[in-house]
Design a protein around this ligand. Structure first.
Ligand code: BDR
Ligand code: CA
Length: 312
């Protein structure tokens, strides 16, 4: 069955690859819309970048919405040090021609979840959770109508990437994450524990670059860009390709292994704000609320990604 999805995003090169993977998979996924949030770069740029990615894929029909321009309670933290000034550094793409939708992303989320059959829409947040939390706060009735939320965010064994204790998407808006993780919705979480195993090694990047047409070389230029920073930081052969893990899970869940456990969000820690306190070893007796993924068949993931990108 074809799944209806809304991608909530802050592009970001890895967000862009996730969007392309979804658009390359129309037999399995129907992209109802792309909702943008402030994160890697400010909202104006994420909303621009999302449209540039749709245009790169020739999909000017996709509806792109701008959402929240700052976290619920905190000052926005961005990540230009990873993604570059534009958020999508690596290749110069033309300025977008397709319009941004006039409706606010949060209103689109609420209206769509109310209009579509209950349980039929999957949300895929791959940035800070501000838009999703705002929608849940404003319209609590939608919680029971969401089929599933597949999140890129958090970490347990890998702990943090923006602070020693926190992953970027959760750190930027921990209060929003707390709302989403407490909403009683079916959650699947792709933490750093898994995305740090999805590394852009040389042969994998060269396989992207060899795809005929413009998509493969664009993806290779993006990964080349953020690799510079990540390879030095982690001392690894390549950089983690975080966000596409969510879409890959929707397409091929058998590539992943995880556990249904309790995950709480630290909002008040002196040093640990934004930490995902994941009860991996089931030592608390707290109620499980998320399928927390820990492992990936990285070869299978990159084979899927390369094969799908070649279809665009
Ligand atoms: C997450 O943070 C962003 O920089 C990436 O796009 C990804 O969503 C990884 O921590
Ligand atoms: Ca992202």
């Amino acid at each position: 069955m074809r799944r209806k999805i809304i991608i909530d995003t802050d592009p970001g090169q890895d967000d862009a690859v996730a969007i392309l993977l979804a658009l390359a998979s129309p037999d399995e996924l129907e992209v109802l819309g792309i909702t943008c949030v402030a994160g890697n770069v400010p909202l104006e740029l994420t909303a621009r970048n999302a449209r540039m990615v749709c245009e790169l894929a020739g999909r000017t029909d996709i509806k792109v919405f701008a959402g929240c321009d700052r976290p619920l309670q905190r000052k926005l933290v961005t990540a230009e040090h990873v993604h570059g000034k534009s958020g999508l550094d690596g290749i110069a793409l033309p300025a977008p021609v397709m319009p941004l939708q006039e409706q606010h992303a949060v209103d689109f989320l609420i209206d769509t979840l109310r209009a579509e059959d209950s349980g039929s829409v999957t949300l895929v947040p791959i940035g800070p959770l501000t838009n999703i939390a705002t929608a849940l706060q404003r319209a609590p009735d939608i919680a029971g109508r969401i089929g599933q939320i597949v999140i890129m965010g958090g970490a347990y064994f890998e702990v943090g990437n923006i602070t020693p204790a926190a992953e970027f998407n959760i750190f930027v808006d921990p209060e929003a994450a707390e709302i989403v993780f407490g909403a009683g919705v079916d959650l699947v979480v792709m933490p750093l524990d898994v995305t740090h195993k999805a590394l852009t090694t040389r042969p994998r990047v060269e396989a992207f670059r060899a795809i005929p047409g413009k998509i493969g070389p664009a993806v290779a230029s993006w990964t080349d860009f953020f690799e510079r920073y990540d390879k030095e930081k982690y001392g690894t052969e390549g950089a983690p390709l975080h966000d596409p893990c969510t879409i890959a899970w929707l397409l091929r869940p058998e590539l992943f292994i995880g556990r249904f456990i309790n995950v709480e969000i630290e909002t008040g820690g002196a040093f640990t704000t934004g930490m995902t306190v994941a009860d991996w070893w089931r030592v608390t007796g707290r109620k499980p609320n998320a399928t927390f993924i820990g492992d990936i068949d990285a070869e299978g993931f990159f084979a899927l990604l390369t094969e799908r990108l070649a279809r665009l």
